[in-house]
Write a protein of this length. Structure first.
Length: 419
């Protein structure tokens, strides 16, 4: 049995979106090196350089829900095109700004425009994927992201040895190229550039007649609150994501400091360990999610969360580098299960004509975790030590896991306004 057979069933339009993501991510190099650019090339302190990243996170945090709603009104595909091209143009200008405070403000605007791509992209993937293929479609999107991120930062590292400004130009060019690709790509005629169409009839072409009738009956019976802030079920779901997302972001927070500073290994060793995560995702995530396509999303979320907790938590037991590599394999499997399932679950419980808005709030949980996770992890590491940090990650993952088990799929996902 070919584990990659599910790729053949992914709609043509999803492949186009994935390729656009690959183009864009292959040039992603400014953000990973932004703090280094500010400190070395621009000449500010490390704290001031970190503040620039914090301002980017601030912009990203408040962008997602607003842009999600905008994509419902203007069309997700249109928002994606505008975001990519405008981001590229802004990156061309960035290295010419010489005032630090102007850079802070400009970075917020850049974050707002750049991060508009994500919720719109997730919304369109949801629209164009049949329910049975959504996990595989989201896994393909993550594959494109990880393939691109295996290229962009490497090229960016080389360019920093020549001229930091080249990072902005290359990143800008690939962003514009991705936007132009979406403009000239030949989408199938049935693509929904707006998420306000008849999604139920479009997304269930490959399921049985009885399943179609059941989905239509369910969709027609769902009564969503007028405001997401009144959708108690969805808010509870978002809250349940944050603890395990904070754990996951230790891979850029506590983990590198622990390996390089505390254990004394080189940065090259940490790079090799990080590559384990990327390689596994590239080769395993799509077939894994294809095999788990019929799993209940709630069970997949719980399994992914507990694997993340076990992977990070086990580092409290042994400092051996090979054992650490083994723990990375464990939490990587948790990552590969958790993230496609969380996106698929969000898609399944969101109202059809507001999917972009819901995806925007979903994306906001990652922005919150990105702002809190690395800071919280490094603080715990410095104040209480590594063992406390890894025990903390296990407990936080358990919190998310238990919260997922509060979900009653058959009743709650059809009544998102009630808990």
């Amino acid at each position: 049995m070919n584990p990659w057979r599910g790729l053949k069933e992914i709609p043509h339009n999803i492949w186009i979106l994935a390729f656009a993501t690959l183009i864009n991510r292959s040039g992603t190099m400014v953000l990973p090196f932004l703090a280094l650019y500010m400190a070395k090339d621009f000449g500010v302190s490390a704290g001031s350089a970190g503040l620039v990243l914090a301002f980017y996170g601030f912009g990203a945090l408040f962008t997602a829900p607003i842009v999600g709603k905008l994509s419902d009104k203007l069309g997700a595909l249109r928002v994606m095109k505008l975001s990519l091209i405008a981001t590229g143009l802004m990156l061309f200008v960035y290295p010419f700004i010489t005032d630090y405070y102007l850079i802070l403000g400009y970075t917020v605007v850049w974050a707002v425009i750049s991060e508009a791509f994500r919720p719109a992209n997730l919304s369109l993937i949801s629209t164009e994927s049949e329910p049975a293929k959504r996990k595989t479609s989201f896994a393909l999107n993550r594959l494109a992201i990880n393939l691109g991120m295996s290229i962009g930062p490497v090229v960016g590292g080389i360019l920093t040895t020549i001229d930091f400004k080249l990072l902005f130009y290359v990143d800008g060019i690939t962003s514009v190229a991705a936007g132009l690709f979406l403009m000239i790509a030949k989408f199938d005629a049935h693509i929904n550039t707006s998420t306000t169409g008849n999604l139920v009839s479009e997304s269930i072409n490959d399921v049985s007649l009885s399943e179609k009738n059941e989905i239509r009956n369910q969709a027609s019976s769902i009564q969503h609150p007028a405001s997401i802030l009144k959708d108690k079920f969805f808010l509870f779901f978002l809250l349940s994501l944050i603890p395990v997302n904070i754990v996951f972001f230790q891979h850029i927070g506590g983990l590198p400091l622990y390996i390089v500073r505390d254990l004394g290994y080189s940065g090259a060793i940490f790079g090799f360990l990080s590559a384990i995560n990327t390689v596994i995702i590239i080769f395993v995530e799509v077939p894994l999610n294809n095999a788990m396509a019929h799993w209940d999303d709630r069970k997949a979320l719980a399994l992914g969360a507990i694997l993340c907790g076990i992977g990070f938590g086990l580092m409290a037991l042994w400092e051996n580098i090979y054992f650490i590599a083994f723990t990375i394999v464990i939490w990587t499997f948790g990552e590969m299960i958790f993230f496609p399932a969380s996106t698929s679950f969000t898609s399944s419980i969101s109202p059809e004509n507001r999917r972009g808005e819901y995806m925007g709030y979903f994306q906001m949980t990652f922005s919150i975790a990105l702002m809190l996770g690395p800071w919280l992890g490094t603080e715990i590491l410095d104040l209480f030590g590594a063992n406390t940090l890894w025990i903390f990650t296990f407990i936080f993952s358990l919190i998310s896991c238990f919260m997922f088990y509060f979900f009653n799929k058959k009743e709650k996902t059809l009544q998102p306004g009630h808990l």
